[in-house]
Every structure is written in C-alpha cells, then in structure tokens.
Design a protein around this ligand. Structure first.
Ligand code: PEP
Ligand code: MG
Length: 603
C-alpha cells in the first residue's frame, strides 16, 4: 500500500448528522453475543470451567452493583435526569434478577457438564435457546425482554474472556461509541457526560437517533459501512461530525490539524452565539417566527437563553422510553408546567404522543397484539392514541390542558392522515376539558390546537383540514420519507432522501396555499428548517415560522437576518421550476455562498 492508499484506508466516510469534532478512544457496542471461543474440554477441566462461569457471574454482579450505585447517586444529584436514571436502575435490577436466577445458573452449568464444553460456549448455547423462546413469543413485551437476556449474556461473556465491558450507562472514561445502530431509546440511556461522539453503520440524517444527537450536542456520523469491523475498542479515533469522516489512529500532524479545526468550530459557534436573541427579521422587514424543537427538558433552558419565540415542537415520546410504567398525569403536569414557566409566557407547543416507527417504547410494545410488518406505516402516532392507547392519550390531553392554566400552551397532533382522525382527537380533547371542569381543576379552555402535516395525504387535503386546525406545522422529516418512499433511517437509500425533491416541495407549497386560504399559520419543524439553505427556501415559499433544534438557532437567526425576503421569494420561484433535488440543492448552495461567503457553514 502506498502512502495515499494508507491514508484512504485510515479514513472512513459516512454521513455527518451532528456537528463537532471528537477525539478519543473508540468503544464498540456489540449487539448479540460477542465472538467468544468455543471448544471442548476433557473431564479433568470441567470443574475449572464451572468455576470460571461462577466467577464471571460474581464479577458481573459486582459491576452491576457499581453501575447501580453510580446511577442512584447521580439521580439524586441531577433532578432533571432523576426520572430516567431511576428507570435505568430498574433495568439493572432486571439484569441482576437474571444473573441470580437459579435456573439460569443451573442451565449453564448443566451445559458445561453435558456437552463437555468451555464456559463461553455453554453460556452462548444456553442463552441462545432461551432467547429463541422469547423471540417466538406472542406477547410483544416478553419478546422485547430478550434484549435484557442478550445484554446480561454479553456482560458474562466479556467477563469470561477478560474483556473490559461497559454498559451504556457508565463508562469510566469518555469514549466515542461505535455500533451497528442505536435506537432512540439507547441514545437516551447513554451517560451523556461520558460520550464524546458516536458512529453507526446504519442511519440517516433525520433518523430519531440523529435528531437526539443534535439535541444533545454530541458529534455524530452515521452510515459508515462496516465500521464495527474496522475499529476496535480502545483504538484512538477522530470523529468529524462536520465532514462526516472518521479517522483511525491519527498521527501527531493529523492530530494537530483536527485540534485546529475543533478550535475553529468552537470559535464559529461562539461568534454565532454573540448575535444574541433579537427578533428575527429580514433586512427588508419580513418577520419569521423562530422557535425551538425540544427533545429533552434540559434543552428548554438553553433555548430560552438563546432567545426564541417559543417552543415549536416538544416531543413527548421520550418520556415513555426506557420505563416500566406510564408517566402519571401529575408527573406530566409538573413537567409541562416547568416548560411553560421556563418560557415565561412564550408559546409552548406540546406534541401528543408520537410513538411508533423507529421510536419504540417497551410499554407500548408489550400491548401490541401483533408484530407490525412495517412499523412506519403501522399503528403509530395519533392512530395508536385513538385506537388502542386512548387512556394514555387522554391523560396527556388533561395534563397539557392543566399546564395551560399557567401559560401559553398549544397542542399539536402528529401523523394526522385524514380529517376523521382530527375530528376524533378534537372530540377527545373536549371530553378531557369536560372531565376537568367537572372536577373543578384549573385548565386552559381555549388553547391553540394544530396538526403536523407530515404525511402526503394531509398535505394533499390540507384545505379540508385547515378549518379544524389553528395552525399547521410541516413535519418535513416524515413528509419526505413518505412522499419518496425512502426510510429516513436506512443508510442504503440515504442518497435518495431529500426534503427539496420537487415532489416534497410541491406538497409543501400546496400546504402553504391551503393555509393561506384559511388564514392558518404555517410552521416547519422538520430538520430541514435548521439547514440555512432550506430555511431561505422555506421563507421564500411563504412559511411563517421555523422551529429548529436549539443547536441550530443562532445559525438560522443569522441566515434569516442576512437575506432579503424578496430575494428569497425569487430563489424559491426558480427552485420550484427545477426538476431534481440535486439541481435545487446546487442552486441553494450557490445562493448561500454568494450571500454569506463559503464560511457560512452548516454549523
Ligand atoms: C417530522 O417528521 O418532520 C417531525 C418533526 O417529527 P419527528 O421527527 O419527531 O418524526
Ligand atoms: Mg414525524
């Protein structure tokens, strides 16, 4: 291999989904059982294998106790994260129960004797059988329980092999996580202080995992082919979340280059933050609302400090992940009231439960009667709430209404596909008000109630939906996915995914026209709103408001304040005549470069 080839071999390319540069040790998160040695042993060594297994159990127990204590302590210190850390403690308790289960220990010891095999092989064999039983269970909740068994199995095997093993929840040193994939629930489980960045083989730029990475400010690169085979735990790597590259074992010179880039990144961010939170208006006087998308409660404070017109999207589904029970009405009221108080009178748009697709919660999974063959198109979002989770939905509605007594709360329904659904949801909302009135509990009687336009059917019939909605918020992430039939989290079709495909833009334009006809304000809360190129285009199409992840607020503010509205209208007019996403993206890139210079980067 010559020097240039070596260089390419040490650089892996993927898709940048959360900006920033992380330098550190890789830590591979393995799915399934690790590649453990399998061999037969003679009678004389059977006792040794049994003892090795029992020692690994003991070691695993000590590790769990250690993580348990760490979590308990940090849950007490960190009130914001108290609830979810408490839930992690429950998960660890479940792992401990499996470890201590006499049947389990007897089963593995039995395999060692019966098959005369080493302890690793016996653990894999025995747990493989147990997992297969769980996998075939009718009950979705029990089916999911195989994850716990898998995780505890991984821990024991790593301990048998003498490998360092870390669960998501506790790393002794900060690491860059490398995995085939993470679910949004996994992302919530990470100890955010100890994760410098993450890299996955799977994923797309608007997958919920990517959205969470941006919300957490963790640099991330997804869609890196075979990364888990090319990097080992402990390798020193550099993750560049701006260009989407991963560099293996950088030498001193390269390292210095990355350090300089990292400094430049932080300096640009700091300069953007200095622009402050003044109103967002183009130089020729067009006002565009700028709100924040919030995934974690803690982000609300950050958004409020950065100066926004309100919260345009509060995703409630995270409150239902990694938990063993549903949040109570009181818990939700407390949390929503906290949001409202932090925003000091500015509107807070709370989206009702949008679980399903790539966002799963064990609680709801356990209640599904079947395994959905296509979760993105199955019982999810508002459909799930109306059909099988009415009680949870009703609790949410009551909690939102109650929090509204203390400030400006707006309600938003996700995944509306037809008018009948919206009408049914509104009826339930009326029921929730009635019940609160009867109980003489204070609540807001007349909150603004809007819907997400994120399915082509809703965009196509936006004129029929508009009379029943106080506002529209275009969910461009799903709208793109469903219009182009491209899974937003599937790296193999990621290059086909573009929110500026002419078909998606036509649906956005239709929605705007329908909204204008009925005087319904229109926001965009999909990730495209946080990309300066697309933000200008949306403004030119006549969007009233953009709602973006807090990390993007300064950049989008700077963009809007730096472009004349009439220029944006011209830009949009030309874009709408173009026939491909590539042509439109080029056109937008050129415009942005001319307006701000090439330094106006995607961070
Ligand atoms: C969207 O689909 O654009 C959206 C904002 O909702 P989510 O990303 O939560 O699906
Ligand atoms: Mg959506």
């Amino acid at each position: 291999m010559n020097a240039a080839e070596m260089d390419i071999a040490r650089r892996l390319n993927g898709m940048p989904v959360s900006p920033g540069i992380a330098v550190g040790e890789a830590h591979i998160i393995e799915r399934g059982m690790p590649d453990a040695p399998e061999y037969c042993v003679t009678e004389a060594y059977l006792e040794d294998e049994r003892l090795r297994f029992l020692r690994a159990i003991d070691q695993s127990r000590q590790q769990l106790d250690h993580v348990h204590a760490h979590l308990k302590e940090s849950a007490e210190k960190d009130q914001d994260a108290h609830q979810y850390k408490q839930e992690l403690v429950y998960i660890l308790d479940a792992h401990r129960l499996i470890l201590e289960d006499a049947m389990f220990q007897k089963g593995v010891l039995g395999h060692i004797s019966e098959h005369r095999c080493n302890a690793e092989w016996a653990v894999k064999r025995y747990l493989g059988e147990v997992i297969a039983v769980f996998q075939n269970m009718e009950d979705a909740y029990l089916r999911e329980k195989r994850r716990d068994i898998e995780q505890i199995g991984q821990r024991i095997l790593h301990n048998l092999m003498g490998n360092r093993y870390n669960a998501f929840a506790a790393f002794p040193n900060p690491v860059i996580l490398v995995a085939e994939d993470f679910t949004p629930a996994d992302t919530l489980l990470m100890d955010h202080e100890a994760v410098l960045g993450f890299v996955t083989e799977a994923g797309g730029s608007t997958s919920h995992t990517a959205i969470l990475a941006r919300a957490l400010g963790i640099p991330a690169v997804v869609a890196v082919p075979h990364v888990t085979e090319q990097v080992r735990s402990g390798d020193r790597i550099v993750l560049d979340g701006i260009s989407g590259t991963l560099h293996l074992s950088p030498d001193d010179e390269e390292q210095a280059g990355f350090d300089a880039r990292r400094k430049q990144y932080h300096a640009s961010r700091a300069a953007l933050l200095e622009i402050g939170g003044a109103g967002v208006e183009t130089p020729d006087g067009r006002r565009v609302g700028l709100k924040a998308n919030i995934d974690f409660q803690a982000d609300v404070v950050r958004a409020a400090e950065l100066g926004v017109d309100g919260i345009g999207l509060f995703r409630t589904e995270n409150l239902y992940m990694n938990r063993s029970r549903l949040p109570s009405e009181e818990e939700l009221v407390e949390l929503f009231t906290n949001l409202v108080e932090t925003m000091e009178g500015k509107p807070v748009t709370i989206r009702t439960l949008d679980i399903g697709g790539d966002k799963q919660s064990e609680i709801f999974l356990q209640r599904l009667s079947h395994n959905p063959s296509n979760p993105a198109l199955g019982l999810r979002g508002l459909r799930l709430c109306l059909k099988s989770e009415r009680a949870a939905f009703f609790t949410q509605l009551r909690a939102i209404l109650r929090a509204g007594a203390g400030g400006d709360v707006q309600i938003m329904f996700p995944m509306v596909t037809r008018l009948a659904e919206l009408k049914e949801a509104l009826l339930l909302l009326d029921e929730a008000k009635k019940s609160l009135r009867l109980e003489e509990v204070p609540f807001v009687d007349n909150p603004q109630v809007g819907i997400m336009i994120e399915v082509p059917s809703a965009a196509l019939c936006a004129d029929q939906l508009a009379p029943y909605a106080d506002f529209f918020s275009i969910g461009a992430n799903d709208l793109t996915q469903f219009t182009l039939a491209v899974d937003r989290g599937d790296e193999s079709v990621a290059e086909l995914y573009s929110p500026v495909d002419p078909s998606v833009l036509r649906l956005i334009r239709m929605t705007i026209q329908a909204g204008d006809m009925h005087h319904t304000p229109i926001a965009v809360c999909g990730e495209m709103a946080g990309d300066p190129r697309y933000a200008v285009l949306l403004m030119g199409l006549g969007i009233d408001e953009l709602s973006v992840t807090p990390e993007r607020l300064p950049l989008i503010r700077k963009t809007i304040c730096g472009v004349e509205y009439r220029q944006a209208v011209d830009l949009a007019r030309t874009a709408m005549e173009m026939v491909s996403a590539e042509e439109i993206t080029d056109h937008l890139d050129r415009f942005l470069k001319a307006a701000f210079g090439s330094a106006h980067r995607l961070y």
